[in-house]
Write a protein that binds this ligand. Structure first.
Ligand code: PMP
Length: 348
């Protein structure tokens, strides 16, 4: 079998999540809030009216109109993906040939590297950027290696840290690369460069409904850029990539955005409370976060994980080696869930 497998994926490990049963699920940066039941009720009617024997709208016309209203950009500047993961894949499919270079920094969202590697591209990262991303070094790295694409995760997963707008503009102006700004966690910080996609022809912004809108189970993400880039991405977009039901659910969620943005406020309040409380716990370092998760680091890593397991809390573990040694990423849950986290940390 091995001889049939593409060289670029022979050594690749499949993306795996900890699927073991956990009671307090804080390992995937999901929202702790499901869609309110009164909105779900509207969705049940949809099952009767939607023609499930017919393919969905391949261009997601109505959904893009809603996203356009939400973002303030035109529909022609928007493409929808089966999660923003799919748009990352479209970008690599459209722009990266074998051995061409993609630049980012570490630690960051691991999918950029995985998708680049599958395509046979070269992923080069500026290492150990846990507290701050060194912009000049990143620009040099991209220029020295003729990078075609640069990924900036803003705010960054898993550090929670943001890159200031001026620094993003500097990267856009001082490199010859396509700059992808992944704003999956935008609503938790409010900072965006989406208003600049018409100004910079090398800028693509990614967003998702998986986090602030609590729709991780629906798989809806979107990319925003100038018309020319969107046309290119449409060439590699799988036909009918967003099913009928997801399109409808996305439209209804955006129509009711205020409900979800109230959830966001609650999550931000809880995040700030958690950070403040953890700052007072000895032996645990907590990084400031602009997201719906926090990153902590401690020499008592193993002991903390043991406490979490005892209480049924699932978190993202980063092990005892590498940039993220002794680090744990904890998604912000409900107040009750966060109290369980705090209790476990204080016990340590
Ligand atoms: N970008 C970042 C930074 C993420 O953390 C995630 C999800 N963990 C995604 C993109 C993918 O989101 P989606 O559910 O829209 O595929």
């Amino acid at each position: 079998m091995r001889k049939f497998v593409k060289e670029s994926i022979r050594r690749l490990e499949s993306y795996s999540m900890n699927e073991e049963k956990i009671e307090v699920k804080l390992n995937a940066n999901e929202s702790p809030y499901d869609m309110p039941i009164n909105i779900k009720n509207v969705l049940t009617d949809m099952l009767f009216t939607e023609k499930l024997n017919r393919y969905p709208d391949s261009k997601c016309y109505e959904l893009r109109k809603r996203i356009s209203k939400y973002t303030g950009l035109n529909s022609e500047n928007i493409i929808v993906g089966n999660g923003s993961d799919e748009i990352i894949k479209m970008i690599i499919d459209a722009f990266i040939d074998k051995n061409e270079v993609v630049v980012s920094y570490s630690p960051t969202f691991s999918i950029y590297k995985i998708i680049t590697s599958i395509a046979g591209g070269k992923f080069i990262e500026l290492e150990n950027q846990i507290g701050k991303v060194y912009i000049d070094e990143l620009i040099n790295l991209a220029n020295k290696n003729n990078a075609k694409v640069i990924f900036l995760c803003n705010p960054n997963n898993p550090t929670g840290m943001s890159i200031p707008r001026e620094d993003i503009f500097k990267i856009l102006e001082k490199t010859d690369s396509l700059v992808i700004v992944d704003e999956a966690y935008y609503e938790f910080c409010g900072e965006t460069v989406i208003d600049s996609v018409r100004k910079y022809e090398n800028l693509i912004v990614l967003r998702t409904l998986s986090k602030a809108f609590g729709l991780a189970g629906i798989r809806l993400g979107y990319g925003v850029s100038n018309k020319r880039v969107i046309e290119i991405l449409n060439k590699v977009k799988p036909p009918y990539n967003i099913n009928r039901l997801s399109q409808k659910i996305g439209i209804i969620a955006l129509e009711n955005k205020d409900i979800f943005l109230k959830h966001v406020k609650e999550i931000i309040k809880e995040r700030n409370r958690l950070v403040k409380e953890i700052e007072n716990i000895k032996h645990i370092e907590v990084f400031p976060s602009n997201s719906n998760f926090i990153l902590i680091r401690s020499e008592k890593y193993e002991e903390i994980l043991k406490r979490f397991k005892c209480k049924g809390v699932g978190v993202r573990e980063y092990g005892v080696n590498g940039d993220l040694r002794n680090c744990i990423r904890i998604s912000i849950g409900t107040k009750e869930e966060n109290n369980i986290v705090l209790r476990a940390l204080k016990e340590v």
